[in-house]
Design a protein around this ligand. Structure first.
Ligand code: SF4
Length: 434
């Protein structure tokens, strides 16, 4: 099959928002959950902001979680660590604030490259009601202007793992400089993107003549300005608090689906192009090459995925955009799309593109959801690590949700790689049973 034939083989349904899908009934569950905590976000945030450091104030469990999730090399100078709250702290025998000051002072002496230090709260620090915002203020006064100290919570109590990024970025928003009065409108892309993806989007926006900044920036001190002339475009669907904080500073959110797959990327870029009055010819010229490459790579993956059924357990909050991509561009059948939280406003454009009758669930009652999954016996299950092994042992094929957050998946040039993340487990299962 040649490239042109492959390109023609892709049949993306026309983009006709089905109003009824935005009003899809949602099964709300509030039972036991199986998700990672917000500390996990440190793994991709520390790679992005190269002059920031994340100091978790937590237990040995917290330290093990991020060490094993990050696979830290012993020779690397890591940009995160854990200040362990031990038994003396928990018993109130030590002044935790004094100990924290000592740890931070030692860290900043050893690491002059650190410009922003995040104190990251955890379940233990919340349980002992350690006021990290007070600590951050005190330490900022001590170490300013060289280092800015901020705080947020990554605790696993009532949060899911991508909320760690939301909390971190929301903590950064008050530090963004105000835009100059009468500033020309600027696009602010919000949400951590791999550098390679950010560079691709920067080139596409430049080809359209759209001035763009990215948040978070690669250097935590190169913060973008914000104000009434800021048009914000979310690159991730889990940034409710960050978007609210930016809107409170005057920014206007552009409604769009998320940039997953060729269709999602086109609609996401078009939302920005429309806001900046880019004419249709310039827009088409800018995207035609990358969009054609995406169509070619998706056609190959579609051969494997079309007609296969998929079940999403709630985990990353990427579930709804992924379900839209897999059903519309790859022909998969959606059995159930679970999400930890459903932000109807931010996901309105995604919900409108889901097939009519899609089963949506929000929150989790894990035993009941497992029963529904077993009854449906889908071809592929997207879930957290804790559920994947037991389900594999029962003969199901699984995909770890967390991989979808660690891998660059946004944009045209990653569309094929994103689809391949779903074909690989199916391919592996086929080989095992062959
Ligand atoms: S923050 Fe809570 S859930 Fe996360 S590793 Fe620490 S103790 Fe566990």
């Amino acid at each position: 099959m040649n490239a042109n034939a492959v390109t023609r083989a892709v049949r993306i349904p026309p983009i006709v928002p089905a109003a009824s899908c935005s009003d899809l009934p949602v099964l709300r569950e509030r039972g036991q959950r199986e998700v990672f905590c917000g500390l996990t976000g440190i793994i991709w945030l520390h790679r992005k902001m190269q002059d920031a450091f994340f100091l978790v104030v937590g237990s040995r469990t917290c330290a093990h979680l991020i060490q094993s999730a990050a696979g830290v090399m012993i020779f690397a100078e890591p940009r995160f660590a854990t200040a362990i709250i031990d038994e003396r702290d928990l018993a109130g025998l030590a002044d935790v604030h004094e100990e924290l000051d000592r740890v931070v002072t030692r860290l900043l002496e050893r690491r002059p490259d650190i410009r922003t230090l995040f104190l990251v709260g955890s379940c233990p620090s919340e349980v002992i009601k350690l006021d990290l915002s007070r600590a951050a203020e005190r330490l900022t006064q001590e170490f300013a202007p060289r280092v800015r100290v901020l705080n947020y919570s990554g605790s696993g109590i009532e949060t899911t793992f991508t909320q760690g990024e939301d909390a971190c970025l929301a903590a950064l928003v008050p530090t963004l400089p105000a835009e100059a009065s009468g500033a020309t409108p600027t696009l602010l892309v919000v949400g951590t993107l791999a550098d390679v993806v950010e560079d691709q989007f920067a080139r596409l926006f430049a080809a359209m003549g759209v001035p763009v900044r990215f948040f978070p920036p690669r250097l935590s001190r190169s913060l973008p300005t914000v104000g009434p002339n800021t048009r914000l475009l979310l690159a991730q669907p889990f940034l409710a608090d960050t978007a609210r904080a930016l809107e409170e500073r005057g920014a206007t959110r552009l409604a769009a689906p998320f940039p997953l797959g060729a269709e999602g990327t086109t609609l996401w870029l078009r939302a920005a192009a429309d806001a900046f009055r880019v004419d249709a010819t310039t827009f088409e010229r800018a995207i035609e090459g990358p969009r054609a490459r995406a169509a070619t790579s998706l056609a190959r993956q579609r051969l494997m995925l079309a007609g296969k059924s998929i079940f999403f357990f709630p985990d990353s909050q990427l579930e709804i955009p992924l379900a839209r991509f897999l059903s519309r561009e790859l022909g998969m059948r959606l059995v159930e799309v679970g999400t930890p939280y459903l932000h109807r406003q931010h996901l309105a454009d995604e919900l409108a593109l889901l097939p009519a009758g899609t089963s949506l669930s929000e929150g989790q009652d894990v035993e009941r959801q497992l029963d529904r999954c077993r009854a449906a016996h889908p071809d592929l299950v997207v879930c957290g690590l804790g559920l994947a092994n037991p389900l594999e042992a029962e003969g199901m094929t699984t995909k770890w949700a967390i991989e979808l957050v660690f891998t660059p998946i946004q944009g045209y040039d990653q569309a094929g790689d994103l689809a391949a993340l779903f074909t690989r487990p199916l391919d592996r299962r086929q080989r095992l049973v062959a």
